[in-house]
Structures are given as C-alpha cells and as structure tokens.
Design a protein around this ligand. Sequence first.
Ligand SMILES: [Zn+2]
Length: 237
Amino acid sequence: MDNESGRGNQSDWEDDQTNQALTNDPQNDGEQAGDDDDDARLPLSLSLAPPSPVVTPMMPHDFMVYLASSSSIPPPFPWATNKRGTIQSLENLESKQITTITGEVQCRHCEKVYQVSYNLRERFSEVENVFVTRKKGLRERAHPVWTNPEPVRCELCGRDKAVKPVIADRKRQINWLFLLLGQTLGYCTLEQLRDFCKHSKSPRTGAKDRVLYLTYLGLCKMLEPNRELFNRDSSCL
Ligand SMILES: [Zn+2]
C-alpha cells in the first residue's frame, strides 16, 4: 500500500515537474545548453551550441563593395573622414576634444595668407540658428548672407572687407567644416558645391543658391545626423 501510494505520489510529482518544465521552457532558452553539458559530459566540441549568425557571410563582401565605391582618401583634416567631402559628427569631434576648427584665409590687399580658428560650438550654433529661425521661409534657397558673404577685416594690415577663405584647388582638400562655420561656403564655385553634394548624396541640380543651401544643410546633417532640423523640408522635395 505504502509503495503504491508512494508511486502514485511520485508519478503526480513527475507530471507536475514535466508541466512546469514545459511552461518554463520559453523563458529558459539561455540556460538549456549549459544544463545539457553538465548532464552528458560531452566533449567540448560537441557540447557547443551551433554558432549564432552574428557575422553574416554577406558582410565582408558588402564591406569590399563599400570600400571600392567610396574611394577612401587620407582625411585632409582632423575633423574630416576618409570619405571625400565628409566631416565627423559633433559627438565624435567632442569625444576627441576637437573643439577648435582652423583654416587659411587670404587678404586681397596685403595678399598674406594666415590661419583663423573658430570655436566649433559657438560658430555652429550661429549656422544652426539660421535654420531654426528661417528654414521654412528659405524654401531650399541659400540665405542672402550665404550667397554673398562679406569679406572680413584683415588682422595683419587692418583693412576692412579684405579677407576671404583660401579654397583648395583640389576638391578633396577643401576645408568644408571651416567654410561652414565661417558661413563662407558661398565663395565656392558651383562646381565645387556640386561635387560636395554628389559625395553627400544630396541633389545637385538647379541654381547656385539651391546647391549652396543643400551644402549648408548637408554639412549640418553630418555634424548632427539625427537632428530633424537638418532633414530636407518635405514640402520642397
Ligand atoms: Zn591684409
């Protein structure tokens, strides 16, 4: 009697365990491989779970295609990247303590070339402010201040309206971030702006004031990739 009732009890207990195990199964995924190992004492090679597809077979191929199509270059400035016409994000730059952006300017009177530095945050907030206050009204056309930037005073000879940025002959050497922060991108030729838009995948058709606007927008987008403000205005697409 005792045995029978004992078996009966045990069988009930086993059923409960089985049910419980089944119920818990989906939450127990991570533990199961480990449990199997302990029970069976399998050789290591057999006890390993199949490799999870973290690295898919396509990735190296895609990467090679990316490399081939991106025509990577040595970054021309610490704030540029190895992709033509591309600058690093604000977050990246600040994590590397790059907070001052330097470029060359030339005076049309004394003809001297010298370096000017901008505080990245301060100057960027001035550009940002144009988008915050006027983006809708601009309708994808550059602000007049951007179209006709005024030459500034020369620090060396003191003459007013004398200094313009030096824009590299080779497009890949153009100091885009310096031109953005100085709001002097308007000194670029239409061809140079179009080349930037080509590499940043922005439209490059239309008049200079449109391509210039899209260059300002594209550079801001590189600095703050997730900012809604720097997406194109959907009503102008
Ligand atoms: Zn001068």
